[in-house]
Design a protein around this ligand. Structure first.
Ligand SMILES: [Fe+2]
Length: 294
């Protein structure tokens, strides 16, 4: 497997605090079956002042330590780029970083408030030839209010990355609900760990892959953790990459409208799904699929 989002570089953000912690994370990745990791520290103006050149130096330094320790993990550079109006310009100067110098760029919006001009920033990136990857939309507090906008971004070509731990409930029932819903609806291209340490927010891609497979099947789960991440590292065009499994019953979903089930009964995913009510509807789509298959 390949993890495209983690905070393993020591001492430069809120991830691994030092080299021993980074080595612990690296060993945990290898034990989980991960062979390549994109090092994606935060770049947040006013908070984490990382830049492209510094991240590249840190990646080279940690790779040397891994090689010295005999830990078989390959590192590639990247960044958890906080959304800013000038993302395109800063990618051009190398201040922000794409994943492994490809066209694919992790973009992290603020968690608590939807940014103004959200869609403009992403469309600017698409127009400039990048493929933005929106990080963990399922964990954004404003996803319910802005789900229509997120769907528009996905339709326009923005990739969606959900967090492996979200599928296990590690970020609460709301994040789990939205992760499962977005998977079921076929919006998600990549599953990643966003690991910050070897304990509380540890590498757990294998568990996430298994949980995803229960909803979308083994082949699509493999695409989430290997096929598409590998294509990112090879800088393939999105058209050359398998599209997410898209349940036909969601194909007419527009602008967050509720859909009736195949028999015209209860909605598969309700229009106003709140995290508090998520448990009641979670898994309905999966159960319907199994019923239809049976
Ligand atoms: Fe992150």
């Amino acid at each position: 497997m390949i993890d495209l989002h983690c905070h393993i570089l020591p001492g430069i953000d809120d991830g691994a605090p030092d080299l021993p912690a980074a080595l612990d994370m690296a060993r945990a990745f290898v034990a989980d079956g991960v062979s390549v990791v994109a090092c994606t520290p935060h770049i947040v103006p006013g908070l984490y002042h990382n830049t492209g050149p510094g991240i590249r130096r840190a990646v080279a330094g940690l790779q040397s330590e891994l090689d010295r320790e005999g830990i078989p993990l390959r590192l590639v550079p990247g960044a958890d780029n906080h959304v800013t109006p000038d993302c395109v310009a800063k990618l051009g100067t190398g201040e922000l970083l794409a994943l492994a110098d490809s066209r694919y760029v992790l973009i992290e919006p603020p968690h608590h408030v939807a940014p103004q001009r959200l869609e403009t920033v992403f469309f600017d990136l698409l127009t400039a030839g990048y493929v933005p990857i929106l990080t963990h939309p399922e964990r954004l507090r404003w996803i319910e209010a802005q789900y229509t906008a997120i769907q528009r971004l996905a339709r326009a070509g923005v990739w969606m990355q959900i967090t492996a731990g979200s599928l296990a409930g590690a970020f609460g029932s709301g994040a789990q609900y939205w992760a499962e819903r977005m998977l079921d609806e076929g919006w998600v291209q990549v599953l990643a760990t966003d690991a910050h340490d070897a304990r509380r927010r540890h590498p757990d891609l294998g568990r996430g892959r298994a949980l995803a497979a229960r909803r979308v099947g083994e082949q699509e789960a493999r695409h989430l953790v290997l096929t598409r991440p590998s294509a990112v590292l090879d800088n393939l065009a999105p058209a050359e990459v398998p599209r997410p499994v898209h349940d036909d019953r969601f194909s007419e979903v527009t602008d967050g409208e509720a859909r009736s089930g195949p028999t015209g009964g209860d909605p598969i995913w309700p229009r106003r799904a709140s995290p508090a009510g998520a448990g009641g509807v979670r898994g309905i789509a999966g159960r319907l699929r199994r019923l239809l298959a049976g």
